[in-house]
Ligand binder design. Structure first.
Ligand code: GDP
Length: 296
């Protein structure tokens, strides 16, 4: 998805041939290429600016050592900074609390919340041997509750039965008692999304957050959303104490810049990536692997 960056960087390697040291002057053209590639990949402008400034700071004055060519040295710096931009270290899901560990899923409609709730339940059951309860608070779309129920039965997770007429907060507290009495380790709560940021939605999810005190509040965002993802992320990060991000549809034909911008805007690590529609299509997010993928 960052094909441009890869091809532009291979051009960069050539322009720097024969230089013994990286200077402000000789990396200027290379940085221009990186800047263009990031903008074309839909990374937000303020993020690009800061990124370029950091690469410059790290690169200028760098002695080119050993068998490394100057171009490779600069690409190395770009690589490190892309990893840093995506959060540096891999961030694990946090479940260390008195059970049930509540995971609250937030995001716009269509981002992949319900699907990711099911996938995450499956991942936790298989990889962490957890007993998981899936709960839907999306009373506005009965189809969404049904969809989560179906996912639960496909993966063999428990599903909290919602009574007709129950309000989101009632569902949440009833589900919490249910999870306690049935000894669930983890309770994943899917919430109602809207097509765009909406005050009523934010208020509702804020109230659910206060009531449930989740150990993880994960912002689910579609990697294909491009620049819109930045505004959405900003609104959610302001309204909720997010703990992490799930970036979905990375398998799609996205320009991927959203991945870099969203982290920058929320200040929270990407914990999982959706890489396929099927229920096995959720993976822990590795910034270093993603950086290698971006750079080809
Ligand atoms: P919600 O409205 O946020 O709950 O979104 P859904 O979970 O219903 O997902 C919306 C659509 O995106 C569905 O068709 C999902 O199958 C699809 N989807 C979600 N995550 C992924 C992913 O990682 N890759 C692909 N290809 N499709 C996904």
């Amino acid at each position: 998805m960052f094909d441009n960056l890869t091809s532009r960087l291979s051009g960069v390697i050539k322009t720097l041939r024969g230089e013994a040291r990286l200077t402000e002057n000789n990396i200027q053209e290379a940085l221009r290429e990186v800047r263009m590639a990031l903008l074309e990949a839909d990374v937000a402008l303020p993020v690009v600016k800061e990124f370029i400034a950091r690469v410059k700071e790290k690169a200028v004055g760098k002695e080119v050592i050993g068998s490394l060519s100057p171009g490779q040295a600069l690409v190395g710096v770009v690589h490190q900074e892309i990893i840093a931009l995506m959060g540096g270290e891999k961030a694990d899901i946090n479940l260390s609390t008195v059970p049930p560990a509540v995971i609250l899923m937030a995001g716009l409609q269509g981002a992949g919340k319900t699907t990711s709730s099911g996938k995450l339940a499956k991942w936790l059951m298989e990889n962490k041997k957890k007993k998981v309860l899936l709960v839907s608070c999306d009373i506005y779309r009965p189809a969404a509750i049904h969809q989560l129920g179906l996912l639960a039965s496909q993966i063999g997770a428990d599903f909290f039965p919602v009574q007709t007429g129950q309000q989101p907060k009632e569902i949440a507290s009833a589900a919490l008692s249910f999870a306690k009495t049935h000894f669930h380790d983890v309770m994943i709560v899917d919430t109602a999304g809207r097509l765009a940021i909406d005050e009523a939605m934010m208020k509702e999810i804020g109230e659910l957050e206060t009531l449930l005190k989740p150990i993880e509040t994960l912002f689910v965002v579609d990697a294909m959303q491009g620049q819109d993802a930045v505004n959405t992320a900003k609104a959610f990060a302001e309204a909720l104490p997010l703990t992490g991000v799930i970036l979905t549809k990375l398998d799609g034909d996205s320009r991927g810049g959203a991945a870099l911008s969203v982290l920058h805007v929320t200040g929270k690590p990407i914990k999982f990536a959706g890489v396929a529609e099927k229920l096995t299509g959720l993976e822990p997010f590795h910034p270093d692997r993603m950086a290698s993928r971006i750079l080809g």
